[in-house]
Design a protein around this ligand. Structure first.
Ligand code: FAD
Length: 381
């Protein structure tokens, strides 16, 4: 039996789900958003957001700088052998914790009229005239359309038989906030064996440390503490930072089974957004922008469909094509850069090469980022 109906069902209230929800609610559509976890909450993330999404965030009513965001304009990459290279970030960005960003977007979404259902979705389907979602306590919801924004992996991926879910996901990651001295204009990427650690400032004078590593290297150690003390600290610049800062969490928060495999952006008539459609290697510092941008793209296509301007078929085809043309190149470049970072010799040679040709590093950074002006949004004037 159909219990509740809406124009749009959104599964997941991370960045992608919240932004799409606010956008669609502002346009006057009924939105039901399913998110089982309460706000605010910390998430494993580098917490550096590219400026490419600032205009869109502001259009939703969220200015990160009203909430303590720190402007970041420089990039530093250090190698375990002690060498480093730096560059100005072509577009720049800002640091703000996920704790704050999601809490503020959640408040804006509620104000805009998004209805939150605090349950996990356990099954989804497409129907000739829409989509349905079943929650953990057995309730069934119907939507004229649906967005899947449930993050990197979920039981829903298994149910949809998405290919990536059965493949080995060989990465783990952890993050913590710390206090101490660190250049506020900088986002630093410190390479170590099997991984890299991003360091940058967020609000309230805090410093965010977030590393990602292959599980093969991680599992050689007894626990996170030992891994940090032996592997992360093998990079002299990172060791100095670790020694000089005080962790503000009781212990780092961590996640495992991170996959960077391709995923289709449309499944069973659901438009997939953010990490549900594809996760870029975090060294690009651009996953959140992709999540926010894909939300804007999905909302734009959904508004056109709900207004009757395009058919259901065009909705699916347009979203898939636009998603691929916007993000496929970035994902490819992210994969290449991650492969280089994973091998000490390759990363050492690359660093040497980048040092020889000034301008090459900013060029590579641009390849994993979008432009300030999105290409494919419908004209909604
Ligand atoms: C180590 C690491 C560092 C990173 N650093 C950066 C960085 O510095 N800059 C950057 O731009 N990007 C970074 N990223 C990428 C960025 O964190 C992600 O791309 C971003 O979080 C994606 O947001 P999302 O909304 O798609 O997913 P999420 O933020 O994961 O949100 C998904 C939501 O769905 C909910 N959910 C899950 N299953 C269900 C279900 N069945 N029913 C209902 N709800 C459900 C979850 O509770 C969650 O709230 C990093 C990623 C990693 C792994």
């Amino acid at each position: 039996m159909r219990t509740t109906q809406a124009d749009v069902l959104i599964i997941g209230g991370g960045l992608a789900g919240l932004c799409a929800g606010i956008d669609l609610a502002h346009a006057g559509y009924e939105v039901l958003l399913f998110e089982p976890k309460a706000y605010p909450r910390h998430k494993v993330c580098g917490e550096y957001i590219s400026n490419e999404v600032l205009p869109y965030l502001k259009s939703l009513g969220f200015d990160p700088f009203d909430h303590g965001a720190v402007a970041i304009s420089n990039f530093l990459w250090t190698h375990p052998d002690g060498r480093s290279i730096s560059a100005r970030l072509p577009l720049g960005g800002f640091g703000l914790s996920r704790y704050t960003v999601e809490l503020e977007l959640f408040n804006l979404a509620k104000e805009a009229g998004v209805v939150f259902i605090t349950e996990a979705v356990v099954a989804i389907q497409s129907e000739p005239d829409g989509v349905t979602a079943k929650t953990s306590n057995g309730k069934l919801f119907y939507g004229r359309t649906g967005i899947g924004a449930y993050g990197k992996r979920s039981v829903l991926d298994k149910k949809l038989a998405r290919e990536f879910i059965d493949e080995k996901a060989n990465f783990m990651a952890a993050k913590w906030h710390a206090r101490g001295s660190f250049d506020a204009t900088l986002v630093a990427l410190h390479n170590f064996k099997g991984g890299y650690c991003g360091v940058s400032r967020v609000e309230d004078g805090l410093i965010n440390f977030c590393f990602i590593a292959t599980y093969d290297v991680f599992k050689k150690h007894k626990n996170l503490k030992e891994f940090i003390n032996l592997e992360l600290a093998s990079n002299p610049a990172l060791k100095e930072l670790l020694d000089q800062t005080d962790m503000q969490f009781e212990q780092p928060i961590s996640i495992a089974q991170i996959s960077f495999k391709d995923k289709p952006p449309v499944e069973a008539h659901w438009l997939m957004c953010g990490d549900t459609a594809g996760l870029i290697h975090p060294l690009s510092g651009n996953g959140m922008s992709m999540a926010i941008r894909s939300a804007s793209l999905a909302a734009s296509e959904l508004k056109a469909f709900l207004k009757g301007t395009i058919s259901r078929k065009s909705l699916m085809v347009n979203y898939e094509n636009h998603w691929k043309s916007e993000f496929n190149k970035r994902l490819r470049m992210g994969r290449i850069a991650a492969r280089v970072f994973a091998h000490p010799k390759a990363s050492s040679l690359s660093l040497q090469f980048l040092k020889l040709i000034p301008g090459l590093l900013p060029f590579f950074i641009r390849q994993t980022h979008g432009k300030l002006k999105p290409k494919h949004l419908h004209n909604e004037a």
